[in-house]
Write a protein that binds this ligand. Structure first.
Ligand code: SAH
Ligand code: SF4
Length: 346
C-alpha cells in the first residue's frame, strides 16, 4: 500500500460524501457509483471504475487507496480449511479462516488482533491484545482472499471480541447487508460474543443477524474460572437481556448458545440440566464445540461417547443441539486456535 494515499475502504456512503465532496467536479451520483464499485462490485482499482469521468478516476487514484497488504501467509488443511495471515499497520497480525462444508463456504473474520478477555481455553486470549481492526481492515479480509466471490456465510468468530470493537463491526455489517453494498442476507451473518450488555442489545435491536453467545459453563464460579469476563458481566445479566429480547429471534434469525466441551470439567449431568434450563428459557439452540487442543493450555477434549451422552441429555430436555465438526485442526485454523506465532506469549 502506498503510505501517502488515504485508505477509504470501509467508508460508508456518508463518510464518502464527507470525504469526497471537496474533490472538484465530484457529483453526488459519482459518489453513489464509487460506493457501488467498492462494495457491490468489489473493485479496488479506481482506474477500473469505468463509468466515472477519467479525470475523477485519476484524482481519486492520486489521493486514495482501496487496498491493504495481501496476506503474508496462506495455509491449507487436508479437509480444505484455509487460513490466511494478515499483517496490518502497527504490527497487528490477524488470521482469517475459510471453512468448506457441503455447499457452504464460511469465512471466519477477525475483529481485533489478539483479545483482551483472556479466556483460559482460547489461544487468541493468550496472545494478549494488540489493537482493534478498522472497518477497512475487517473488510479487507474478505476482499483479499481467493473466496471473495464464492463464500456463502460470514461468522465474526475469528480473533477478538467483536462487541469490544462494535463501531467498526456494526459498520461492516451495514455495508455487507446494504442492497446497494454487498447485498448479503442477514441470515448469512453470525456474530459470536461472550456478551457485552450494551453492545449486545444494540446488536439485537439494530441488526437482524444471527447471534451466538459463548456460555461454556452454566455456573457462575466455574464460568469465572474459565472466562474472567464473568466478573464484569455475570451470567444472569446476559440471560436477562436474552430473555427480554427472545422474541427478536425466529427460525430465520438464530440465537445460539456456544458451549465448549471440556473433559471432566463441564459435561456432567448437572451441567446438562443447568444448560438446558438456560437454553429453554431464552429459546436458544445449543452448538456444542469439542475443545480444540492447542499448545497453550492443558484442557482435554472429551471422547466421542462423552460428547454424545452430553448431547443426549440436552436433547432429552427438549433442546435443539448440534455438535460442531472440528475443521482445520492440523493448521490450527479451528475456532479458538487462532494464534499467530508472530506474537509470542509474554
Ligand atoms: N470472542 C468471541 C468470538 C471469537 S471466539 C467469543 O468468544 O465468542 C469464537 C468461539 O471459539 C467462541 O465460542 C470461543 O469460546 C471458541 N473457542 C475458544 N477457544 C476454543 C478452543 N480451544 N476450542 C474450541 N473452541 C474455542
Ligand atoms: Fe477473546 Fe473469545 Fe478467545 Fe475469550 S474466547 S479470549 S473472548 S476470542
Amino acid at each position: 500500500m502506498n503510505k501517502t494515499k488515504k485508505l477509504i475502504l470501509g467508508y460508508d456512503y456518508d463518510d464518502l460524501v464527507n470525504e469526497l465532496k471537496y474533490l472538484p467536479d465530484t457529483r453526488h451520483y459519482n459518489i453513489k457509483q464509487i460506493y457501488q464499485w467498492i462494495y457491490k462490485k468489489h473493485v479496488n482499482d479506481f482506474k477500473l471504475m469505468t463509468d466515472l469521468p477519467n479525470e475523477l478516476r485519476t484524482k481519486l487514484n492520486d489521493k486514495y487507496t482501496l487496498t491493504l497488504a495481501p496476506p503474508e501467509q496462506v495455509s491449507l488443511a487436508q479437509d480444505g480449511t484455509k487460513k490466511y495471515l494478515f499483517k496490518f499497520d502497527n504490527d497487528k497480525y490477524v488470521e482469517t479462516t475459510v471453512i468448506k462444508e457441503d455447499k457452504r463456504t464460511t469465512v471466519c473474520l477477525s475483529s481485533q488482533s489478539g483479545c483482551k478477555y483472556g479466556c483460559k481455553f482460547c489461544a487468541t486470549g493468550k496472545m494478549g491484545f494488540h489493537g482493534d481492526l478498522s472497518t477497512g481492515e475487517i473488510l479487507w479480509q474478505l476482499l483479499a482472499i481467493d473466496e471473495i466471490d464464492k463464500f456463502t456465510n460470514i461468522v465474526f468468530m475469528g480473533m477478538g471480541e467483536p462487541l469490544d470493537n462494535a463501531e467498526s463491526v456494526f459498520k461492516v455489517i451495514k455495508l455487507l447487508i446494504d442492497p446497494n453494498g454487498w447485498g448479503l442476507s442477514n441470515q448469512r451473518l453470525t456474530l459470536s460474543t461472550i456478551g457485552i450488555p450494551d453492545m449486545l442489545i444494540h446488536c439485537i435491536e439494530k441488526t437482524k443477524i444471527n447471534i451466538a453467545w459463548s456460555l461454556h459453563s452454566p455456573f457462575d464460579d466455574e464460568r469465572h474460572q474459565l472466562m474472567p469476563v464473568q466478573n464484569i458481566y455475570p451470567l444472569q445479566t446476559i440471560i436477562d437481556i436474552l430473555y427480554e429480547y427472545k422474541y427478536y429471534f425466529s427460525p430465520h434469525r438464530k440465537l445460539t448458545i456456544e458451549y465448549l466441551m471440556l473433559k471432566d470439567i463441564n459435561i456432567s449431568k448437572a451441567h446438562a440440566d443447568a444448560l438446558a434450563k438456560i437454553a429453554n428459557l431464552i429459546n436458544a439452540r445449543v452448538n456444542l464445540i469439542p475443545y480444540n487442543p492447542h499448545l497453550h493450555n492443558e484442557f482435554l477434549t472429551p471422547n466421542y461417547n462423552e460428547m454424545i451422552n452430553f448431547q443426549e441429555k440436552l436433547k432429552n430436555k427438549g433442546v435443539i443441539t448440534t455438535i460442531r465438526k472440528s475443521k482445520g485442526n492440523e493448521i490450527l485454523a479451528a475456532c479458538g486456535n487462532l494464534y499467530t506465532n508472530k506474537k509470542k506469549i509474554h
